[in-house]
Design a protein around this ligand. Structure first.
Ligand SMILES: [Zn+2]
Length: 298
């Protein structure tokens, strides 16, 4: 499943051909993905200019010139690829996201015409857990998909004071609290495991223990906040370089398997110098947590 850094990488890859470009034609090849497409989906897009390509959590948001927003979620297996149209030159940021090349899973094609030339932006999704919708920008904040989303884990939007407010009094394990989209939006399993390892915090520790009685962040929470921002920004930076160099690691773009310290490394040595313990996998709420029991104590 694509995590936030991958979605951000996709956004940056699509930006040069979508932002400032007109949807000359849209092809919708089936009635639904995970959810039905909105009425007259293609008709509502055709002739509209995309004024900005944004992201909120794992949603891609293409703002149209009429105040509507094209919302797109990749689900489990969704991917976009860009095919230059005709003789148009490859523009910077063009990439091929080779998760599935089988064109029977190409469900939506946007024919873009813009400053970078003409290109087809193709949405492919074998399992069809992804979805697209159109809604007014003004209604976005109140929509069920968005209204309860927590803070972004990127850059300065994530602050220890704000996290303290959200974690105060919570008995839930840290792992579960950090995966809760109402607390932090778009932080998935991989990066929660990585950030907890970096911050030397046990995933089983009750989340509220990182907050003082007065509601202030403890030192550990300040450290964790920095580590979350760091793992996310490093992953986005690695995604950016994979875009520039057209590197494809095992078919997925924006995933940086070699960079993980604990995720999916069960039985391997903990990479912290001098630790000497091995990474273990535990199961919390039905999901795997990878951790080092020596570095990450309760
Ligand atoms: Zn360790």
């Amino acid at each position: 499943m694509p995590e936030l850094p991958e979605v951000e990488t996709v956004r940056r890859g699509l930006q040069p051909v979508m932002e400032g470009a007109v949807v000359a034609r849209a092809e919708q090849r089936r009635a639904d993905l995970r959810f039905p497409f909105p009425k007259d989906f293609a008709g509502q897009l055709e002739g509209r200019k995309i004024v900005a390509l944004d992201r909120r959590a794992k949603y891609l948001l293409a703002d149209l010139d009429n105040g509507m927003v094209l919302i797109s979620h990749l689900g489990m297996s969704g991917s976009f690829r860009i095919e230059p149209d005709g003789d148009a030159p490859l523009s910077p940021g063009v990439f091929h996201h080779e998760r599935s090349k089988d064109d029977k899973h190409d469900h939506v094609v946007f024919h873009m015409d813009g400053p970078a030339g003409r290109a087809r932006v193709v949405y492919n999704d074998p399992r069809r857990f992804g979805y697209m919708d159109l809604m007014a920008r003004a209604e976005l904040a109140d929509h069920p998909w968005f209204r309860s989303l927590g803070v972004e884990p990127t850059g300065n939007s994530l602050q220890a004071d704000e996290l303290a407010r959200r974690l105060a009094g919570k008995a839930a394990p840290l792992k579960a609290a950090l995966l809760d989209q109402r607390i932090i939006a778009g932080l998935g399993n991989i990066y929660v495991c990585e950030a907890l390892w970096r911050a030397r915090l046990s995933p089983r520790k009750p989340a509220g223990r990182l907050v003082t009685r007065a509601g202030q962040p403890r030192k550990a929470l300040e450290r964790l906040t920095g580590d979350i921002r760091e793992v996310i920004s490093e992953a986005i930076a690695a995604g950016g370089s994979s875009l520039r160099d057209h590197i494809q690691t095992d078919g997925t773009m924006g995933y940086f398997q070699h960079g993980f310290s604990v995720y999916d490394r069960e039985g391997k040595a903990c990479p912290r110098p001098g630790c000497g313990d091995t990474v273990r996998r535990i199961v919390q709420s039905g999901r795997s947590t990878f951790m080092c029991a020596r570095c990450q104590r309760d």
